[in-house]
Design a protein around this ligand. Structure first.
Ligand SMILES: *[C@@H]1O[C@H](CO)[C@@H](O)[C@H](O)[C@H]1NC(C)=O
Length: 282
């Protein structure tokens, strides 16, 4: 009996400590006012727009992942929401992640000024901060499970967030990115998924490797020799990274395209979600 009580007490203590460490947003338990639609917010005196996608079944008592999906140059929040023709280099809706996420995640598609992420004076980072604040005041989000991904300029913006907001973001996914939105700071570890084509004619693969290598270093991973993709992509999971800060790199032989396929299957969504969903509340 004493032993059983001890075990129960231990279990309660363990659960309590996990509960303390995990950080649920202020919106948990509240009846939400935010819906799946477009919103405007004023940032540094400029009107900025973003589209929210709630899960089909939103539970105000469940802490959700928060996933930012940034568009490419010339793209838009609407095109991220609706998806674009993948046979012409477009991406699936919200980069193909919602069917994999089920009800576990809230997605956000922000709209760039001039349809890009120039991040002048850090204004797009401030936009990111404002969206996080607004969403978490109203919706139930696990604040240790924020993610960011995007193709091309959208990958650049995700990279800029990892550089400048390492404590605010759990992991990023950079699809054929370049360092176009800056890298303020850039010395802290952040879990990193990158994919790039060796035939990229817009943002070359060396740029993608340089971005990756910053986080290979920051995350304390052991460098590996560059793999050569064959008819399908090659995935490298770096070894010896600090706990909680993995780096995965997928290299393929294709051009600048978020919807590259292996045997007819677009591989970015599953790779990205496999990477993001390995993390739990901390
Ligand atoms: C890759 O692109 C960068 C930036 O445009 C350029 O400076 C560099 O020379 C290019 N590298 C290769 C190998 O083409």
């Amino acid at each position: 009996m004493a032993r059983k009580n001890f075990i129960v007490t231990l279990a309660v203590l363990l659960l309590t400590s996990v509960g303390v460490m995990a950080a649920k947003s202020a919106g948990c338990g509240k009846s939400p006012t935010i819906r799946s639609q477009q919103y405007s917010i004023t940032v540094n005196g400029k009107s900025r727009q973003y589209i929210v996608r709630l899960p089909a079944t939103y539970d105000q008592n469940t802490a959700h992942k928060l996933v930012f999906t940034w568009h490419q140059l010339g793209g838009s929040a609407q095109k991220i929401r609706d998806g674009e023709n993948t046979n012409q280099g477009g991406a699936l809706p919200f980069y193909g992640l919602p069917p994999l996420a089920g009800n576990s995640a809230i997605f956000v598609a922000p709209q760039g000024l001039n349809n890009g992420w120039g991040n002048q004076g850090g204004e797009d980072l401030t936009f990111f901060d404002s969206m996080v604040k607004t969403l978490e005041a109203d919706l139930c989000i696990e604040t240790s499970l924020r993610f960011s991904t995007g193709f091309s300029y959208g990958g650049a913006m995700s990279f800029a967030i990892a550089c400048a907001r390492p404590k605010e973001i759990r992991a990023i996914g950079v699809l054929s990115g370049g360092q176009l939105s800056g890298c303020q700071g850039g010395t802290e570890p952040v879990a990193y998924y990158g994919q790039h084509g060796t035939a990229d004619s817009v943002l070359n693969v060396s740029g993608g490797r340089q971005m990756r290598d910053r986080f290979v270093r920051n995350n304390g991973c052991t460098a590996v020799s560059e793999p050569q993709p064959g008819s399908t992509s090659v995935k490298v999971e770096y070894k010896n990274c600090k706990t909680g800060y993995p780096v995965t790199w997928v290299v393929h032989r294709g051009d600048h395209n978020p919807s590259q396929t292996d045997n007819g299957q677009i591989f970015a969504p599953k790779n990205t979600w496999d990477f993001f969903s390995q993390f739990t509340a901390q």
